[in-house]
Structures are given as C-alpha cells and as structure tokens.
Design a protein around this ligand. Structure first.
Ligand SMILES: Cc1cc2nc3c(=O)[nH]c(=O)nc-3n(C[C@H](O)[C@H](O)[C@H](O)COP(=O)(O)OP(=O)(O)OC[C@H]3O[C@@H](n4cnc5c(N)ncnc54)[C@H](O)[C@@H]3O)c2cc1C
Length: 458
C-alpha cells in the first residue's frame, strides 16, 4: 500500500521518537518506522541495561567492603538470574513506554519493518511504500566485528549478547579498553568472574588524558582485573573448551585463555541496508552519513540524526540532534551541532566525566593555559563515603578566564561536572564558579576551590 506523509522518521532511537511526536504535535502527518525494539540501543542494549547492571555490581562491591564501614554483611554471592531480571524489568518498562507513546500520538502512524529507500522521497517497508517531503534517519549503530583471525570459528560475545548471559563466565577476556569494554570488565569482575582486558593501544581509554587512563588502570587492577595493553596482534583460537586470545604483547604470555570473550571494539552505523544511493544520500567509507552543521544530508529534505551521522555517539548527542532539527524546522531557529560542547562519562565506578577539551587538545591550541587539580583524597565527601579514587582537573584560558575543559573523575563526578558545563555554555569566566557558594559536603563544592588554585600548564 502507498502512504503519503509530511515526514517519515526511521528508527526509534534517542532522537526519532521525540522528533516524530514533536512534528505530529505541530500538525505534520508523520510515518514512523522501527524494525526491532522501540527505544533502540540506549534502552535495550546500551545505557539502560548496562547502568542497571553497574548498579548491581556496585552493590556487590560495597557489600564486600561492608567491614570498611563497620557493617557485617556476611559472605557475598551473586544471583546472576536476579541481576538480569532486574535489568530486564527496567528495560521492558522503558521500551514499552516508548512504543505506547508513539502509537498513542495523534497524526503518527507506526510501521514495523526495515525501511529502505526507493527514491529520495520514497521508502519501502515490506509491501508498503512511504512517501514524504522530509525523511529523518535515526538508524543508530551496532557492535563492530573486527576482521581478526579466528573470529569466524571461535565463539564470542558482543555488548548486546553479553546482556543475555545465563551463567557467570569463569574468565571473561574483554577485547577493547574503551567505554563499553571497561564497564563490562569491572561489572563482571564484581560479579565474581576472572577478567582480563586486552587492547592493542598503549593505554586504556585512549580518548582520555594520560593521568585519567593511569587512574582507571589503578582502580581496575586493585579489583584484580588483568590488563594487557600493546597487544599488537589480537586473534582468537578455540582450545579444548576454552578460547585463547592471542596477544603478541611486547611482554608477558603471548596468549590469555578465557571461558568467554567479549569483543568491544567500536560500533558500525546501520546504514548498509538503507539503499542510500537510491536517495542520493552520501556516506563516508565507514558508513556514517555525511551531514552539515544542521544535520542535513547531501539529499534535500533528508536528515540524519543520532549515531549514524558520526557527529556523536551518545544518547545526549542523539537527543540534541532531535532538538536542533526540530527547533530549526518548526521555529526557524539556527541551532547547530558545532554549538555543542563535548561531554561524556565512562561508567566504571567511580565514574569519569569529561567535558570540553582534553589536555592534548588544550596544548595543541597553543594558548596560555591554567590548570587546577585536586585529588579525591582531598575532598571531604569522598573521604566520608570511603571512595577516594580519582581527581578533579580543570583547564582555564589564562587570558580570557574561560573554562576550556574539565574532568571530574570520582564518586558523584558524573553529576558534579554539570555546574562547570553550565558555566561553559553560559560563556562565563571561572570566577562565576569561584564566587558561587556550593552545598557542603559535596564533591561539587570543591570545584570552586580547585579553580582558586590554578597554576600555569607546563
Ligand atoms: C553497551 C553500551 C552502553 C552505552 N552506554 C551509554 C551511556 O551510558 N550513555 C550514553 O550517552 N550513551 C551510551 N551508549 C550509546 C547510546 O546507546 C547511543 O549513542 C544512543 O542509543 C543513540 O543511538 P541513536 O539514537 O543513534 O540510535 P539507536 O538507539 O541505535 O536506535 C536506532 C534504531 O533504528 C532502528 N533501525 C535501524 N535501521 C533501520 C531500518 N533500516 N529500518 C527501521 N528501523 C531501523 C534500530 O532497530 C534501532 O531501534 C551506550 C552504547 C552501548 C552499546
């Protein structure tokens, strides 16, 4: 059957549903297509399930440390089925909420199936043809499977399939020391698995500053996680019921033997089966759709929002894409992706939150820069909570006093960093924060103190 809409939205990720509802609310006739799970990656295989499981892992960790707090908790054991059931209940509620929201929205017709272009204005979904002047692609990404030797014959887990494990791995080998790999590594170690993290790069979380990478390593090693970096030739082999992950590291054993392997080596955009060529939508060699600063693709009327445009890889960036497109289309605003300040958190425990420029980016700018640094061991709230790993680090332009970037790594860091982020969006000098009176005792109250003790970046 053929349908004509004002707009078609493809993908129920973090941008698509909000955009569809906003357009429908503005009186546009909207077609909405999702082929699998409403809520996309974040709700079903990303933020929501992992953070629910990180919370279970944190509870186990704290229970094991109970004596540190003068509490007798007895021996700690993990009921993986109960951990998974808790996670599933949270996920299901969220997924069903998104689907109901869309189906209950006036002016919005939901289709289930895979959408592919027939032309710049037409998409096919099974037997249906959906025609619209505006098409919005929020198709997201999936775990990348690298072409490493052995990957076709040895079993492995991805960030999606690991969420369905029924039994705890005896020894989980995590290939990839980025956000996703590190969160699973610490979580499964806290559940009781032996864990080794393998990465071909020289340090963990390479996108973070060197001091942050070193602190991450210290935290994970203190919990008994083995780290093998500089693994220059990673490959998989099945060996008598175990999986050998070949490393060829510069030092140490050339293999690590595990019961399970998690491949956490990045994401690939879901653009391969959209037939982009039929619409004249250009993508780069990695499959990311090329967009301008207002998220328009190379084809008039077609927009790409969320992870598939390569301009962000987070729920908040995808949601911000929705806001940019909706405000520009419906309110004649001039919002741009380049107005966005980079912001992200790595949810190991304690969390590592980073905004703005990194140290190497600050150095490249060649400006006169001041840096403030305070370890969590000198923050009362962290001491009282018994969680003193990490630090606060803030870079300030010496001439303009504008904040250039910051890391808050430590207990509550993912929340505390937002006062700095707001000052950056407001383009206010660091004195805005030094003159603010923060609540005691919090981690955030030491942000003004950190800024009162700035030193030239050497
Ligand atoms: C393990 C893990 C943990 C994460 N943790 C965090 C976190 O803590 N914080 C954070 O900000 N981000 C996190 N992320 C990233 C976050 O999940 C994504 O950035 C976010 O979901 C944005 O995705 P999106 O909106 O681009 O699309 P997605 O959420 O990926 O949704 C795309 C949707 O499009 C559908 N689709 C694809 N192709 C078609 C088609 N042709 N036809 C119809 N439907 C189609 C898919 O089925 C899917 O439902 C995590 C990711 C992973 C994997």
């Amino acid at each position: 059957m053929k349908y004509t809409f004002d707009a078609v939205v493809v993908g129920a990720g973090q941008a698509g549903p909000s955009l569809a509802v906003r357009l429908a609310g503005a009186g546009r006739k909207v077609g909405f297509v999702e082929r699998k799970l409403f809520g996309g990656t974040c709700v079903n295989a990303g933020c929501t399930p992992t953070k629910a499981m990180v919370a279970s892992a944190h509870a186990a960790h704290l229970a094991r440390r109970a004596q540190d707090y003068g509490v007798k908790a007895g021996p700690v054991s993990i009921d993986l089925a109960a951990v998974m059931a808790r996670k599933d209940a949270i996920v299901l509620k969220s997924r069903q909420g998104v689907e109901k929201w869309l189906r209950d929205t006036k002016n919005c017709t939901v289709f289930t199936g895979t959408a592919a272009f027939e032309s710049a204005k037409t998409l096919r979904v099974g037997d249906d043809l959906l025609e619209a002047e505006n098409i919005f692609l929020n198709v997201g990404a999936r775990p990348s499977i690298p072409k490493m030797p052995g990957v076709d014959s040895a079993p492995f887990l991805t960030s999606t399939s690991i969420l369905e494990l029924k039994d705890l791995p005896r020894h989980l080998v995590v290939v990839g020391g980025g956000y996703v790999g590190l969160e699973f590594a610490q979580m499964f170690r806290r559940f009781g698995s032996e864990v080794t993290v393998v990465d071909r790069k020289p340090r963990l979380a390479m996108h973070e500053d060197e001091d942050a990478s070193a602190a991450i390593r210290e935290i994970l090693e203190a919990e008994g996680i083995q780290i093998r970096v500089n693994a220059c030739c990673i490959h998989l082999e099945q060996r008598a019921g175990e999986i050998a992950v070949g490393l060829e590291c510069r030092e140490g054993e050339p293999h690590v033997l595990g019961s399970h392997v998690l491949l956490a080596v990045g994401r690939t955009p879901n653009t391969h089966d959209l037939n982009l060529a039929a619409a004249g939508v250009k993508a780069n060699e990695s499959g990311y759709i090329e967009v301008d600063d207002e998220l328009r693709t190379s084809a008039p009327g077609i927009y790409a929002i969320g992870d598939c445009n390569g301009r962000g890889a987070f729920t908040h960036t995808s949601y911000n894409d929705f806001e940019i497109v909706a405000d520009n289309l419906l309110q004649g605003a001039k919002r741009r992706v380049s107005d966005r300040i980079p912001a992200s958190a790595l949810y190991i425990d304690p969390p590592l939150a980073h905004i703005g420029l990194s140290e190497s980016e600050v150095r490249k700018q060649g400006k006169r820069v001041l840096v403030g640094m305070r370890p969590m061991t000198r923050i009362a709230r962290a001491i009282e909570k018994g969680e003193t790993y990490g630090f606060i680090k803030i870079f300030v332009d010496a001439d303009t006093q504008q904040i250039l970037g910051a890391t808050v790594f430590g207990v509550g860091g993912d929340e505390a960093i937002h006062c700095i982020l707001t000052a950056m969006y407001a383009k206010q000098p660091a004195s805005l924060l030094t003159h603010s009176v923060h609540i005691h005792p919090t981690v955030a109250e030491l942000i003004p103190t950190t800024l009162e003790d700035l030193k030239p970046l050497e």
